[in-house]
Design a protein around this ligand. Structure first.
Ligand SMILES: Nc1ncnc2c1ncn2[C@@H]1O[C@H](COP(=O)(O)OP(=O)(O)OP(=O)(O)O)[C@@H](O)[C@H]1O
Ligand SMILES: [Mg+2]
Length: 367
């Protein structure tokens, strides 16, 4: 049974529709990430689960209980926000204990819970400090601790790491994953950062303009995006998109063409019997350098490319290429020796080609 269910949720603020027909089942113990660009409705979705907003229509369940009209404090959830919202006049201990205190819990139990959480988060030596005496990362840990002591059925996170620098973010990312492994409590995590989504989620819901575009494992979302939006949103550097036409073929398969650039699509099955406009997508790592003269020259898949700019990242090398006037980004091995202005041969991995309808953006081929 799923632990959190959103059924046909619609949400409007005045005449502005913000969420349209959201259906989401989150399993007990799952780490679900809501990811999408700014304004797509992630926080609103989370706030509906928390009870901080009411849906315009639709139902929300936590366990067997319909909570659509239940007060936030009675929903057995704990929420961690981007701005930690710690009480400045209280020390760390008091901040963490506060939620239990107002629920009139036994003082011994409160002490036990706070100490337990402080140990897990490695902030036991900070309990006497005031928030202003803490670093950003330490404050975020206290905010996590405040949620942890409640032992809720569901943790809700709204961009909890956004205020931290890059290094601390990646540390806290692992910390939260570790926490999830330890507690096995259901977590719903909102972020606009696709790296956080990919690395943290058991499943990720990619949202756009108040809709869930795809709900899948990170790997499936990456390998088999359902549409151009998901394909472009997930993955850095971004998938290359080339708009052109499909020229249907028979024995040798279809051809993709834009001006004098042509790719042999081989056996990609397509519902096309006549010429149609499509967008071809290829991920940077699926453009492969062909180093040896005369090796692996596959007709219609190997191209002459001019290296416009390179970005060495150590383990990898991003190469911005010009192929028949088209700009493509390739992700090569960091040891590859290529220079700006050089001409190289590259091969496009035919099996990794994505094709999208130019009008609807829906995926056309079957992976
Ligand atoms: N109280 C409100 N009144 C009117 N419009 C609102 C309200 N809250 C949110 N919205 C609108 O709803 C849309 C979704 O907002 P939401 O905060 O859920 O986005 P988000 O995906 O969390 O974005 P971000 O990544 O910027 O936090 C936005 O267009 C926003 O302007
Ligand atoms: Mg938000």
């Amino acid at each position: 049974m799923s632990l959190v269910s959103l059924k046909s949720i619609h949400k409007s603020f005045g005449s502005t529709a913000v969420l349209s027909d959201i259906n989401l089942q989150i399993e007990d113990g799952e780490f679900l990430v809501l990811v999408g660009p700014s304004g797509c409705g992630k926080s609103t979705t989370l706030r509906l689960v928390a009870g901080l907003e009411a849906p315009t229509s639709g139902e929300i369940y936590i366990g067997d209980t319909k909570v659509t009209d239940v007060d936030p404090k009675d929903r057995d959830i704990a929420m961690v926000f981007q701005n930690y919202a710690l009480y400045p006049h209280m020390n760390v201990y008091e901040n963490m204990a506060f939620g239990l205190k107002i629920r009139k819990q036994n003082p011994d139990l409160i002490r036990k819970r706070v100490e337990e959480a402080a140990d897990i988060l490695q902030i036991a030596d900070l309990l006497e400090r005031k928030p202003r005496e803490l670093s950003g990362g330490q404050r975020q840990r206290v905010a996590l601790g405040r949620a942890l002591v409640r032992k809720p059925k569901v943790f809700l996170f709204d961009e909890p790491l956004s205020n931290l620098d890059a290094k601390l973010r990646s540390e806290m990312r692992i910390e939260i994953k570790r926490l999830h492994k330890l507690l096995t409590t259901t977590m719903i995590y909102v972020t606009h950062d696709q790296v956080e989504a990919m690395t943290m989620g058991d499943r990720i819901a990619v949202m756009n303009r108040g809709n869930i575009e795809q709900l899948d494992t990170p790997k499936a979302t990456y390998d088999r995006p359902k549409n151009k939006f998901v394909a472009g949103f997930i993955g850095t550097p971004q998938m290359n998109f080339i708009e052109g036409s499909i020229i249907p073929g028979n024995v040798s398969g279809h051809i993709f063409r834009v001006r004098d650039f042509q790719i042999n699509l081989g056996q990609h099955t397509l519902p096309a019997s006549s010429e149609r406009r499509v967008v071809l997508g290829i991920r940077p790592e699926d453009i492969i350098p062909v180093l040896k003269q005369g090796s692996a020259e596959e007709s219609g898949l190997t191209f002459r490319a001019e290296v416009e700019i390179t970005e060495p990242l150590g383990s990898s090398l991003l190469a911005h290429l010009i192929v028949s006037g088209l700009h493509l980004t390739a992700n090569f091995d960091g040891n590859l020796q290529i220079k700006t202005g050089e001409k190289i041969n590259v091969k496009i991995d035919q099996a990794k080609i994505h094709l999208f309808d130019a009008e609807t953006d829906e995926k056309l081929n079957d992976h």
